[in-house]
Design a protein around this ligand. Structure first.
Ligand code: ATP
Length: 489
C-alpha cells in the first residue's frame, strides 16, 4: 500500500478524525500515555484480540487461557524480581532538555532522538510500576505484565485442564507501566494491553511441530556486533545454522510472524532480532524480538525470551508451594522450562495493521483502509441507492436487519452513493451492498469490493452465503456474482 509517507502523527490524526482512537479525556487536554478507543477502534481491537485467541488457543490443543487480576498480591512482584529490577534509566538531553528512558546497557552509548548528547552523569533509576492503595492502609501495584499471573496459576491450570508437557497458558489483558517518555501514539503507552503465552516444556524434549520455510529478515547478535546487514532467510535455515538456538524458539517466532501475515500485514516489514549479550535479561537463555519497520524505525512488536525455569522457581522459593509437575508414569517430577513466551502488545499490533492497511487513493481522492475482513469493524454496509424511494429503503432495511444477526454491518442512507462508498472505504468496510430499482424487480443487489471498486450483482437469497465466502476469502470476488459496470465506483 502507498503508506510510506504516512507519519505516526498523521495516523493518530486519521484515527481521531474517523473515530478509531482519541487522546484520553481530550476535553481536559488529554493525559500523556493514555488513549481511548472510539466506536470503530474498539471493534477492530476486539477483532484483533479474537483472532489472536482463535489462532493461539481455540485452534490448538496445547494452549488454554486464563484471565488474571490486574491488581494482585504485591509478593508476586517481589518474587518475580519486578520490585527490585523493573526500572528504567532516566537521562536528560543536554540539547532539548527532555527526559528519556534508555536501557542500562545503553548508558554512555546512545544519543537523544533530537541528536543531542545525554547527561549520563545524572542518569538515575526510576521504578516503572504504578502503585495504588488497597483498603485503608494497604498498597499494591498495577501489573506491569500479564505473564506473572500465568506463573502463579500454573499448577491449578495444569491440573484442572489436565495439560501435559509441552503446553502453554495464554492471557489477554491490561498492563500498566509508568513510562518516562510515552510517545509515538500507541507505541509507547502507560496503560496498554498484552496478549501473552507462556509455553512450558521439558527442556530435554524436541519441538514436535514443523518449522516451516517462510522467509524473514534475520538480524542476529553477531550481525549486530560485526555491523553487518540483516539477512533474509528461512526460519528453518536460521535454526539449522544455529543462529536461532532452539527448535522451539524458531517454531514460535515463525508462528507469530505467520499470525501477522495471515491477517494482511506486509511480510517485508518484519524481521527477527536477537538480543545482544548486554541487552538480555539475566535469566534469559536466548531472546529474540519480532520487529516491524515503523515510520520511526525498526521497533519491537513482541519480545520472545527463553525464560528457562526462572519464574516458576522464583515463585516456588517465595511462596513455598511446589511448582513441579509429574511428567511420566514413573512419577518423576520436573519444574518445566518456559522455552518461549510470545508477548505481544495489542496496540502495537493495531498500529501494524493500520499502517499496512492505510492508502491514500489519488483516483478516488479518499483514504482506503485495506483492513483484512476479519479485522474490519463493519463487514458490510447496506446502502439504499436513493432514500426518497420508500420501497428501496424498506428492502434495504430488511436486508440490514437480517445480516445484523450474523455480522457487524452498517446501514447508511445519508449523502450521495459515491460519498457513502468513500466513507466506507475510509473506515475499511470491505463490501458495500447497494439496493436499487432493479432490486425491487428481480430481488438482487450489487456488492462493491472496497479494494478494487469492482461490483457484482447477487441474488438477495444468495447474499449471506456469498458474503460468508468473501469474508473468509474462500472465493474470488469476480466469481461470486455477475460482474456489472456502474457509473459510481
Ligand atoms: P520496550 O523495549 O519497547 O519498552 P519491552 O521489552 O519492555 O518493550 P516487554 O516487557 O517484552 O516489552 O513487553 C512485551 C510487549 O508488550 C512488547 O513487545 C510490546 O508489544 C508491549 N509493550 C510493552 N511496553 C509497552 C508500552 N509502554 N506501550 C505499548 N505496548 C507495550
Amino acid at each position: 500500500m502507498e503508506n510510506s509517507k504516512l507519519s505516526v502523527d498523521e495516523l493518530a490524526m486519521f484515527c481521531k478524525r474517523k473515530g478509531f482512537v482519541y487522546p484520553s479525556a481530550e476535553i481536559y487536554g488529554g493525559f500523556a500515555g493514555f488513549w481511548d478507543f472510539g466506536h470503530l477502534g474498539v471493534e477492530v481491537k476486539n477483532n484483533l484480540k479474537r483472532e489472536w485467541w482463535t489462532f493461539h488457543v481455540q485452534k490448538r490443543d496445547d494452549i488454554v487461557g486464563i484471565d488474571g487480576a490486574i491488581i494482585t498480591n504485591p509478593k508476586v512482584w517481589e518474587a518475580s524480581g519486578h520490585v527490585a529490577n523493573f526500572s528504567d534509566i532516566i537521562v536528560i538531553c543536554k540539547k532539548c532538555k527532555k527526559a528519556n528512558k534508555i536501557d542500562k546497557h545503553e548508558i554512555g552509548k546512545v544519543k537523544c532522538p533530537c541528536g543531542g548528547e545525554y547527561d549520563f552523569e545524572k542518569a538515575r533509576e526510576f521504578q516503572s510500576m504504578f502503585k495504588t492503595n488497597v483498603g485503608i492502609d494497604g498498597f499494591a501495584y498495577l501489573r506491569p505484565e500479564t505473564a506473572q499471573l500465568i506463573f502463579t496459576n500454573f499448577k491449578f491450570v495444569q491440573e484442572n485442564a489436565r495439560m501435559k508437557l509441552p503446553f502453554g497458558i495464554a492471557q489477554i489483558g491490561k498492563a500498566f507501566r509508568n513510562e518516562i517518555a510515552p510517545r509515538d501514539f500507541l507505541f509507547r503507552m502507560r496503560e496498554f494491553e498484552q496478549m501473552e503465552i507462556e509455553y512450558f516444556v521439558n527442556p530435554k524434549d524436541k519441538c514436535p511441530y514443523k518449522i516451516g520455510d517462510s522467509e524473514i529478515f534475520v538480524y542476529s547478535a553477531e550481525m549486530q556486533e560485526k555491523n553487518k546487514k540483516m539477512e533474509k532467510m528461512k526460519f528453518i535455515d536460521a535454526y539449522k545454522k544455529g543462529i536461532i538456538k532452539t527448535d522451539w524458539h524458531a517454531y514460535w517466532l515463525e508462528q507469530e510472524f505467520l499470525w501477522f501475515v495471515g491477517l494482511g500485514a506486509n511480510k517485508e516489514k518484519f524481521r527477527i532480532r536477537q538480543h545482544m549479550k548486554d541487552e538480555k535479561s539475566h535469566y534469559a537463555y536466548d531472546t529474540w524480538d519480532l520487529e516491524y519497520e515503523f515510520p520511526f524505525g525498526w521497533k519491537e512488536l513482541q519480545g520472545m525470551a527463553n525464560r528457562t525455569d526462572y519464574d516458576l522457581k522464583q515463585h516456588e522459593k517465595n511462596s513455598g508451594v511446589s511448582m513441579a509437575i509429574v511428567i511420566n508414569e514413573k512419577g518423576e517430577k520436573l519444574i518445566p522450562h518456559v522455552v518461549c513466551e510470545p508477548s505481544q502488545g495489542v496496540e502495537r499490533a493495531f498500529l501494524v495493521f493500520m499502517f499496512d492497511a492505510y492508502e491514500y487513493d489519488k483516483k478516488r481522492e479518499n483514504v482506503v483502509l485495506h483492513l483484512h475482513p476479519k479485522l474490519a469493524c463493519y463487514k458490510a454496509a447496506v446502502l439504499p441507492i436513493v432514500r426518497v424511494d420508500k420501497d428501496i429503503v424498506k428492502l434495504a432495511k430488511e436486508i440490514y436487519e437480517d445480516l445484523k444477526n450474523e455480522y457487524n454491518v452498517l446501514y447508511d442512507e445519508s449523502g450521495s452513493i459515491g460519498k457513502r462508498y468513500a466513507r466506507n472505504d475510509e473506515i475499511g468496510t470491505p463490501y458495500c451492498i447497494a439496493v436499487d430499482e432493479q432490486s425491487l424487480k428481480d430481488k438482487s443487489i450489487t456488492v462493491r469490493d472496497r479494494d478494487t471498486t469492482k461490483q457484482i450483482r447477487v441474488k438477495i437469497s444468495d447474499l449471506k452465503e456469498v458474503l460468508k465466502k468473501l469474508l473468509n476469502r474462500e472465493i474470488e470476488f469476480e466469481k461470486a456474482g455477475k460482474v456489472v459496470e456502474t457509473r459510481v465506483k
